[in-house]
Design a protein around this ligand. Structure first.
Ligand SMILES: Nc1ncnc2c1ncn2[C@@H]1O[C@H](COP(=O)(O)OP(=O)(O)OP(=O)(O)O)[C@@H](O)[C@H]1O
Length: 325
């Protein structure tokens, strides 16, 4: 383990390809609330990393520590190989962040909002400002609406404008806190497509979400939080692959099918309408199907349904993913 890395000088780049790395990161708020508890997070370069957890599980608190907005109570956080919050000034120019909604002026157009934000960056060359703003607007598909006042934008457009602001300069890392929160399905799709495109360009994207299907759709990696603690992390595929899925038989003869499956040694058999499910057995599934058919069961569907991230979460925490929205 490299717990010693906390003692490395700022210039040390001892974190390999990891864009974010935390060790025992902990935040206790003044009121005594332990919001993040001993977090060891590893975000590989080039990943689309989903930070998943129900409301109140500590995602926003973690993100605020990662970008240097608040200090951890204990533990360490390294972003782009540098310790935070100590290296905030060196690190943040390479990090685009969209946290708690973009800070926009409603009376300014989308374009003018970006020009204003760009002007607030002392390292941004004023001569190329308009080109930069135009490129960022184009990136998020807002060119046609660039002259409209931001207050006339839909929530999805505002969110895209916030992303455009985060993209005014090239970034190595994008940190997005619940980027699709409050959006309608169309707005959600737009943001997801954009995230995929950005990742395709090589930017590491770290995004928090309380939506399991969202993480499954866009992320390569996932970390699961529950009550301030990390439950698990790793590639999205391997997380659900650890689970065996469910054998599912669709049939009008559900009672007979359930009896035959039990006779054949299938565990945890349950019937619901025309669906009979059970633990998939280790033996050849074709034999099982033959046994059903031989017993006169009319089989309309037969197969093993992949375990979802939701199944993984329930298996890991023993609780449902009970969140609003
Ligand atoms: N400034 C604060 N002072 C005290 N407690 C806080 C503060 N901010 C958050 N908390 C508490 O810390 C815990 C974690 O909150 P946090 O916002 O990090 O979770 P989250 O997973 O981001 O949830 P959400 O999706 O609702 O934002 C919660 O119990 C919350 O009430």
């Amino acid at each position: 383990m490299d717990e010693a890395s906390a003692a490395e000088p700022d210039s040390a780049r001892g974190t390999g390809d990891d864009v974010i790395r935390t060790r025992a990161l902990t935040k206790r708020y003044r009121g005594g609330q332990l919001a993040v508890d001993g977090l060891d997070l590893t975000v590989p370069a080039g990943s689309v990393f989903g930070f998943l957890g129900p409301n109140g599980s500590g995602k926003t608190t973690t993100i605020r520590m990662l970008v240097g907005l608040i200090e951890p109570t204990s533990g360490t956080a390294r972003v782009l190989g540098r310790p935070m919050p100590r290296s905030t000034r060196a690190v943040l120019p390479h990090v685009g962040a969209l946290i708690e909604g973009p800070a926009l002026y409603g009376f300014l157009s989308g374009r003018d909002n970006l020009l204003r934000l760009d002007a607030a960056d002392p390292t941004a060359d004023p001569r190329t400002r308009r080109t930069r703003a135009a490129a960022a607007l184009d990136r998020v598909g807002l060119t046609a609406a660039a002259g409209k006042k931001a207050k006339a934008y839909s929530l999805g457009m505002k969110q895209r404008l916030g992303l455009a602001a985060a993209l005014l300069r090239p970034r190595r890392l994008l940190v997005l806190d619940e980027p699709t929160n409050g959006l309608d399905p169309q707005g959600m799709r737009e943001i997801r497509t954009l995230v995929r495109e950005l990742a395709g360009d090589g930017t590491t994207v770290f995004l928090s979400s309380h939506l399991l299907d969202e993480i499954e759709q866009v992320c390569t990696h996932v970390a699961v939080m529950a009550r301030g603690r990390l439950v698990t992390q790793g590639p999205v595929g391997t997380l659900a692959a650890g689970l065996r899925g469910r054998l599912v038989v669709t049939t009008p003869d559900a009672a007979d099918a359930a009896r035959v499956l039990k006779e054949q040694g299938v565990g945890d058999v349950a019937a619901d309408g025309d669906r009979v499910t059970g633990d998939p057995p280790d033996r050849d599934l074709a034999e099982l199907n033959t046994a059903l058919v031989t017993a006169g069961v009319r089989v309309r569907g037969f197969g093993v349904e992949r375990a979802s991230l939701e199944d993984a979460f329930m298996a890991l925490t023993g609780e449902g993913f009970d969140v609003a929205g």
